[in-house]
Design a protein around this ligand. Structure first.
Ligand code: PHE
Length: 377
């Protein structure tokens, strides 16, 4: 045997036994970047997400198969900050993967950077259709607005018996614009109509909605679809009720925040939203999560807490299954997630890297969001 071959054999032998040793003794170590709105007008999304993630990390640590070094970046709810955070996590922190963000416009700003650098990015919460179209390294563990919008259109038409809807859209949000399109298409298909062909819209950080609401009132809708985020939604509901608008408002997951009740006060009552999770769910796994979350944070978990919790567990599971920790192997493991049972439902990533999952319809009340029904895809 030639010396070089011999050396190679010896070296391989050593390497082999070393890797046997590591897999038996140590866990797989990864660095995961988390991009969330920890401050700003949608801060509860980030705070709840990170709470959920940290709760899940306790389980992951206890299991001992995966070690996650989590680096949280605050994107302040802004697209540009999201892009900067993704760049920093990839370039300086050399993360293995990224979890985040929440608002679709934020994720849409960061996703192309992750895609160009081939770093797996998985959002636990961004529902806009376009998000995963950013490329093969971008996936999500939640349903999309193509589903959520249909759920609410049917609920409005079939369950509430409404026929004439007014739309009030957040023009600074891809989520709001996309969701209102899906809703309108389905609502019309069912036989409903819009109360006006004019679009009523606002932008994030607006605070006075009375002129808009006055115009909407004049169109005499029997229901108002408001696919916004909780800060503006809270004010809109309050101002609407003060102006004598009594029709129910309908929304999507963007309303799902512990702050909504605080902002809207009594005006929160009698409205409905679609979301990802209900803390009322009798499922023992959900109730165990709710109990642990309340014990840790003194508050019931909302959708974002549950989505963050499931999102990081899906990632840890993928790390366990991945052939190696290379970006390609990790992404392959992430997108082959099948039937992962989480607190937001069973998660299977489809060929477009989206998750097909059930949605819940919740009634918003001063006592919190109350479970109304569950809708399967
Ligand atoms: N789905 C929303 C979006 O894409 C984000 C969101 C998810 C907000 C869950 C609250 C709860 O913009």
């Amino acid at each position: 045997m030639k010396t070089s071959r011999l050396i190679k054999r010896i070296v391989t032998g050593i390497l082999l036994s070393a890797s046997v040793l590591t897999s038996a003794q140590a866990s797989k170590k990864v660095t995961i970047g988390a991009v969330f709105p920890m401050t700003g007008p949608i801060a509860t999304y980030g705070q709840e997400s990170v709470n959920g993630i940290k709760l899940a990390l306790k389980t992951i640590i206890k299991e001992g198969k995966v070690e996650i070094n989590l680096i949280v970046e605050d994107n302040k709810g802004e697209p540009q900050e999201s892009a900067n955070a993704v760049t920093k996590l990839i370039m300086s922190d050399k993360v293995n993967a990224i979890i985040g963000s929440v608002a679709s416009s934020n994720t849409l700003a960061g996703a192309p950077i992750a895609q160009t650098n081939k770093v797996p990015l998985m959002t636990p919460a961004s529902t806009n259709e376009k998000v995963t179209m950013a490329g093969s390294f971008i996936s999500r563990t939640c349903f999309t607005d193509a589903f959520q919008g249909v759920v609410m259109a049917k609920f409005a038409y079939e369950n509430l018996g409404k026929r004439k809807v007014a739309l009030l859209i957040d023009n600074s949000s891809d989520y709001s614009k996309g969701l209102s399109r899906v809703f309108t298409k389905k609502f019309k298909e069912l036989g409903g109509k819009l109360s006006s062909d004019k679009n009523f819209s606002y932008v994030q950080k607006d605070t006075d909605f009375r002129t808009l609401l006055r115009k909407i009132k004049r169109t005499k809708p029997d229901v108002i679809f408001l696919p916004g985020y909780y800060t503006e939604v809270g004010l809109i509901l309050k101002q609407a009720r003060q102006m004598g608008i009594t029709q129910p408002f309908l929304g999507g997951d963007g309303w799902d925040s512990p702050k909504l009740q605080e902002l809207a006060g009594k005006a929160v009552n009698g409205n409905y939203i679609s979301s990802h999770f209900s803390s009322d769910d009798k499922d023992p796994m959900v109730q165990k999560f709710v109990k642990e979350y309340v014990a840790a944070y003194g508050q019931k978990p909302g959708a974002m807490a549950a989505l963050g919790y499931d999102g990081i567990l899906v990632m840890a599971d993928a790390v366990k299954r991945a052939k190696s920790l290379s970006n390609v192997d990790l992404q392959a493991a992430l997108v082959s997630t099948k039937g992962f049972v989480g607190v937001t439902g069973a998660i299977t990533i489809d060929k477009n890297r989206n998750a097909r999952k059930s949605a819940v319809v919740l009634e918003t009340t001063t006592k919190g969001n109350i479970f109304n029904s569950k809708v399967n895809p």
